[in-house]
Design a protein around this ligand. Sequence first.
Ligand code: NCD
Ligand code: ZN
Length: 347
Amino acid sequence: MDELTIPRPDDWHLHLRDGEALRSVVGHTAAVFGRAIVMPNLRPPVETVAQAEAYRARILEALPPGHAFEPLMTLYLTPRSSPEEIARAARSPHVHAVKLYPAGATTNADAGVADLGAIAPVLEAMQEHDLPLLVHGESIDPAVDVFDREAVFIERELGPLVERFVGLRVVFEHITTAEAVAFVRAAPPRVAATVTPQHLLLDRNALFEGGIRPHHYCLPVLKRRRHREALCEAVASGSPKFFLGTDSAPHERSTKLSACGCAGIFSAPVALPLYAEAFESIGALDRLEGFASRHGPAFYRLPVAEDTITLRRESWTVPQSYPFGEGTVVAMRADRPIAWRVVSTTE
Ligand code: NCD
Ligand code: ZN
């Protein structure tokens, strides 16, 4: 197969940032993806429906002309979140989910939640209004090894949460471990997961290939090879519980190349070709359509796109960097070839 045409995919986990940075990156996503679940970890966080509506308007305003891209907004769960705001979110046609960041777990997560028990009324309201909970699943116990944080979170927090809130729909975001795959598989159909291109293509050796590689640093951090293989098997199975979420997380180049570099891999301009590479490498190219274009809409109860996109096996070299506000951002696979290219889109 040298060419693949699929319904236009969506990105179910995306960081678009704000201001000039937003203006620099939104076109990369809109050129390929029809919709995206937009992460709310701005400074200050997107906590209210009013803030989400205003952010949505800024995204639409920043969009290059000619794109019919639809941003699907999320709220940032904090200890201040209220059941009333959840009810408002459920009534809004633009808010599609609520994101849980364990406090301090990742970039701009300091406003997140340290004690899940304390937000039970809000989770109950989400369950009642059928608003999905999107989870950054890493333990924030500083005693837990960074490579074990996902598995420990499942055991201590996510497992009990899914059991307690029996009607709550949950997306376990950017899963990275065999434990997460097993958990999602065994859970009821209301539990799903997104998988990034980096966690399908890279293991933790990529962080130290000939020297430290800050552009491969994201959270949750890359894991051992056997975990990568478990993720590949999960997406190759065709299970509707696993769908595309790039976690494209741009940071200005100098903030990555620093004594305390930011977590996040920018993949928006290369994500779909990278997924095609990953699926092809495991002999599962025929499963890309479900993963990229069908399983996400089914979970979020949205229609599958009516237009299509075509990928062709044709090597190209990723630019060394892309403009990002007043600086630059380095994408995944920068300055190296990718085997697939997006060649056409139809309306
Ligand atoms: C994300 C970011 O930079 O906003 N970083 C990352 O490493 N993935 C936050 C997140 O999704 O954890
Ligand atoms: Zn993210």
